[in-house]
Design a protein around this ligand. Sequence first.
Ligand code: ADP
Length: 447
Amino acid sequence: MSNFLSEVKDITRIERTAMHSHIQGLGLDDFLEPRNVSQGMVGQKSARKAAGLIVRLIKQGKIAGRGILIAGQPGTGKTALAMAMSHELGEQTPFTSISGSELFSLEMSKTEAMTQAIRKSIGVRVKEMAEVLEGEVVEIRIERPESLEGVRKGKITLKTTDMDSMYEIGNKMMDQLSELGISSGDVISIQKAGGKVTKLGRSYSRSKDYDINTSNINFVECPSGELQKTKEVVHMISIHDMDVINSYSRGFEKLFLGNTGEIKQEIREKINEQVLLWREEGKADIIPGVLFIDETHMLDIETFSYLNRALEDDLSPILIMASNRGITRIRGTNYKSPHGIPIDLLDRLLIIATKPYEYEDIKHILKIRAEEEDVEIDEEALEMLTNIGVETSLRYAIQLIITSDLVSKKRKGTKVKLNDVRRVYTLFVDVKRSSQFLKEYQKQFMF
Ligand code: ADP
């Protein structure tokens, strides 16, 4: 697969999760009762309650070998619910989302793609002792977890309590890193000690692991810093990332480019052994994450039996599937079944249903999304957007928030007004109107 293609695919993935950035949890009280609006979640109460019960079962380790199916129409919050569940399982819980149709479009076999998705959803939290440089004002930390057969991973974090010196030292570090051929951007994170992660010039707001030999680096010059004792540091990595890193001599590069190719079975077996050993030795914890598979009816019988087996594995994530179909044919067979899922797998699934939203819920979700996207919107415009959401789809209405804001900004407005929404409604069609348009267009050519 070309790098270009894989980049595009990664971007769609980011966009897909960005749509749910307002979701922080299921919004339940201590008795697992859903609060009306909480943690970004609105309405859909019985589904949220059911999801809360399942999260409790997962936490008690009582869900092994089973999966979850969320059934409901498009835009009823199936993905949002799955994300909320993964938040409830803990901040570090990995969440991977794929859709059934995507499996068949990847340039690798569907079982390989499924295996990669499964392994992306299992995190390994590695604990290790690392040397920490700490000064009165500034801390530059180089973390180097145990190397895996010739591959070194490093993480560099610069911490400071002094915002002024931060920029100066940060820039120096950036320059030295670029001299070493390490690109800017994903290398350094600057943190105001105890506070929020802050952006530094060209860098992103978090540190990353990368392929680096720390002995090459001589930028360790922090004004009042001195070498301090070793400390326990914790890293989180998915076993898929470990597979990739260990498959190529420049594994980290492959990982960042999303260009991973097929992984050999021996490598996977070695990584499994390694991870299980680390766990035994108390060096690492295995964190089963959530694998969310949308458009389940697009999977075929072969993939289903593969999934069925994967659920039995020692290293398996929590499988959440979503479907908006009723009784439909199981791909690759002539049989029909509920949601197009084979009965033996259905038997293992706990099913949650989501219901279509009423006006007030849609309005509230749109309001939360507008806040999340920093868009000010007046009441009339919000009502119009809500009506659009009711008539077309919630997702379409959400997309109109940012586009209306652009139109409003263009006329130098500070708030989105009714006319801005009207404008974008005519500019961007929803699915119903776009297919109507095509139908009419087609008619002109058919006699
Ligand atoms: P589905 O997966 O069922 O097609 P989504 O989860 O993608 O639906 O929902 C569409 C949009 O509405 C997303 O941005 C999602 O985060 C948001 N959303 C859906 N349900 C809720 C809810 N109950 N509370 C808050 N936001 C929601």
